[in-house]
Design a protein around this ligand. Structure first.
Ligand code: A2P
Length: 275
């Protein structure tokens, strides 16, 4: 088991500043830039890190006496040897302006604690699980889609991902293709995961905000499935503040009741990282 990193360890790694208590110094393994707004990266995993798929963790860079930490959904599943993140790049963002420059081999800080509401335990049992995401809000679902528990609890899983343009959809598309092909998860996921990608600012197969597509019934018609039904369906929502509110209002219109880990329900909501 790793103990929290100490000043001595920071010195051993020649970091410019002492590392705060309960923070792990990990190493960037790989980075992939999708667009000028989105990138993903993988880092080494602290041996002692335990989390539930769908949770978030605080990450930072060792570039200041008091480093800026931000909440990031873990995009990799609980069984993965590395930890994956999917991030926005904000030119003047306190963390992402620097984070977007990371390269393999660079140090990165991870706090010890993980938490979050987008976990299977916060939902009561159901048959169909709908994961509704925009932008980097797809990240926690990248974790859950690679967790065998998801398929133990649900018969069918639908991931919706809405972005401004087609290039921003690539992460989600490769994720779902990878899940179905995965030697470990493929056997659970085969024929049970459906991706519904939509764009709002560039033409694509499915255009429009997911809220409008649900309200008009086009989403259900396109997939040839029945409309939301709280008796059989559960919903997880992750995206920007406004999107969360609009999808939550929609879910409540259909009669879904919000849940949490302490009181499981029909749907759960979490804000995607935005700064
Ligand atoms: P739009 O282009 O119409 O704003 P962003 O990159 O700004 O975080 O947005 C990601 C996606 O989320 C965009 O396609 C955006 O559509 C969509 N979106 C933004 N606000 C909402 C909302 N309130 N409900 C549904 N989708 C939204």
């Amino acid at each position: 088991m790793n103990s929290p990193v100490t000043v001595v360890e920071a010195e051993a790694r020649a970091l410019p500043f002492p590392v705060p208590a309960n923070v792990h110094v990990e190493t960037v393994v790989s980075v992939r830039h999708y667009t000028d707004r989105l990138f993903s990266f993988r880092v080494t995993r602290p041996q002692s890190l335990r989390f539930r798929s769908g949770e978030f963790i605080m990450i930072g860079l060792p570039n200041a006496e008091k480093p800026v930490f931000r909440a990031y959904s873990i995009a990799s599943p609980a069984w993965d040897e590395e930890v994956e993140f999917f991030s926005i790049k904000v030119p003047d963002g306190p963390l992402t302006s620097e984070l977007q420059k990371i390269k393999p081999g660079d140090p990165i800080l991870l706090r010890q604690k993980t938490t979050g509401t987008l976990v299977l335990d916060a939902l009561t049992p159901g048959k169909r699980l709908f994961m509704i995401s925009t932008g980097t809000g797809v990240a926690p679902f990248a974790s859950l889609l690679r967790d065998p528990d998801t398929y133990e609890k649900f018969e069918q899983v639908y991931l919706t991902h809405t972005c401004r343009d087609r290039a921003e959809l690539v992460y989600g598309q490769e994720l779902v293709a990878g899940v179905v092909d995965d030697p470990l998860i493929g056997e659970f996921a085969q024929g049970r995961v459906t991706l519904y990608s939509t764009t709002t600012r560039e033409p694509s197969d499915h255009m429009g905000r997911i809220t409008a597509l649900i309200e008009s019934g086009k989403f259900f018609a396109d997939l040839g499935i029945g409309a939301f039904d709280p008796a059989t369906d559960r919903i997880m929502i992750c995206g920007s503040m406004h999107m969360l509110k609009d999808v939550k209002d929609l879910a409540e219109k259909y009669g879904f009741v919000e849940g949490s880990v302490s009181k499981p329900g029909d749907f759960v909501v979490e804000r995607a990282f935005v700064g």
